[in-house]
Design a protein around this ligand. Structure first.
Ligand code: PLP
Length: 387
């Protein structure tokens, strides 16, 4: 769409042109199955290996420790269910109370089946209670799953500290991180993967200008985990199904590009985010939900007295796209994340999320903040907020 302002990059991103070109080539020219034995297939297999090597290296894993999946949802399902499937006897699993539904709903489902589940509480800025974790991890804990960055408010978790706690209390527990929102989005040292050394990590390609429907799961050698999908021997006999080669090569191409200039891109996102906040700071009763040390390109704010969905549609009429809360939880009635963050009803209903990408400009922010101000003012008149 021409002249659109797309500010929902935590939901998904526009693919780079180079990504689209690689996918088209893979579909129509180099479409061979990498498992076949003729020369063009062997070439495809080589491309697959190149992508695996680069993507594994980007998260500090070995190529043979990386499995391509259909996205972070599958990666999260595979690791959580796969670790639990291998467990015997008395055990518990731990996660945070603000995970993405693709982690949270698995934990809830396992809990319903009788697994003992423990949820790390957070404060209203999404900061984990690390002391709680110290006190609640024990010798029966088999899995600790902590996301890198939260998709609703952009808070960043201290994975290095989580690793220390695990090592101090039960080094045998598998440490998994859903790294989907954090991947290539910040160089924050709390997410330093060399220090945090997670045993397993999930990522999705479409958050970094790659295609939808492809992702990766990295699992450290020696980690005991059952496969989710059974079938052919693809992906080192761990993830059956013909590899999504166009998707994987698109993923690789996106990462090649973003990885090179991510620092510059992320610095600029922070400038745009601060500019956005500066432009709206005089809106009465504004609540900033995102912590100051959160993701550079993600901002969650609340305007009590308005319904975020209505504001969203007013902006849509101007060709501006933002999210209310999180796009991933629009199917949920109440946001369990907002509950965990202790938002009251008015704050929860009036929450919007703006998430930026390198395609956004200062002009986008000027236009959007002007419309947000107008929208909030007129909606509050309707609801007689503060009257
Ligand atoms: N985890 C987080 C933190 C996410 O933000 C998302 C998508 O929004 C996912 C997992 C799921 O990714 P996908 O839809 O690609 O499976």
């Amino acid at each position: 769409m021409t002249n659109e302002i797309y500010l929902d990059n935590a939901a998904t991103t526009k693919a780079y042109e180079e990504v689209a070109a690689v996918i088209a080539d893979s579909l129509t020219n180099n479409y061979y199955n990498p498992s076949a034995f003729y020369l063009p297939s062997i070439e495809v297999e080589k491309d697959l290996s190149k992508a695996r090597k680069k993507l594994a290296q980007s998260v500090g894993f070995l190529p043979e420790e990386l499995f391509f999946t259909s996205g972070a949802t599958e990666s999260n399902n595979t690791i959580i269910k796969g670790v639990v499937d291998k467990a015997r006897g008395n055990f518990n699993i731990i996660t945070t109370s603000i995970e993405h539904p693709s982690v949270m709903n698995i934990f809830k489902n396992l809990e319903e089946k009788g697994v003992e589940v423990r949820y790390i509480p957070v404060n209203s800025k999404g900061k984990l209670d690390y002391n709680w974790l110290e006190n609640n991890i024990d010798k029966n804990t088999i899995l600790v799953s902590v996301m890198g960055a939260n998709n609703e408010i952009g808070s960043i978790n201290d994975l290095v500290r989580v690793r220390e706690i695990i090592d101090n209390h039960n080094p045998k527990a598998v440490f998994h991180t859903d790294f989907t929102q954090a991947y290539l989005k910040t160089d924050d040292d709390r997410l330093n993967l060399k220090k945090a050394k997670p045993d397993a990590l999930s990522v999705s390609a479409h958050k970094v200008h790659g295609p939808k429907g492809v992702g990766m799961l990295a699992i450290r050698k020696g980690t005991k985990v059952s496969p989710l999908l059974l079938g052919g021997g693809q992906e080192h006999h761990f993830r059956a199904g013909t590899e999504n080669i166009p998707g994987i090569l698109g993923f690789y191409t996106a990462v090649e590009k973003l990885d090179k200039n991510k620092n510059e891109v992320n610095d600029n996102l922070k400038i745009l985010k601060d500019y956005f906040l500066d432009n709206i700071k005089d809106i009465p009763d504004l609540i900033i939900n995102s912590p100051e040390d959160g993701l550079p390109g993600l901002l969650s704010v609340s305007f009590p007295g308005i319904k975020a969905e209505v504001l969203l549609h007013m902006l849509e009429a101007k060709n501006i796209f933002i999210a209310s809360g999180s796009a991933c939880s629009t199917h949920e009635k109440d946001s369990y994340v907002h509950k965990a963050l202790d938002f009251d009803k008015l704050r929860s209903e009036g929450t919007i999320r703006v998430s930026l990408s390198e395609f956004n400009t200062k002009e986008d922010i000027d236009t959007t903040t002007k419309e947000v101000k107008k929208g909030v003012e007129s909606l509050r008149k309707l609801t007689r907020f503060n009257k």
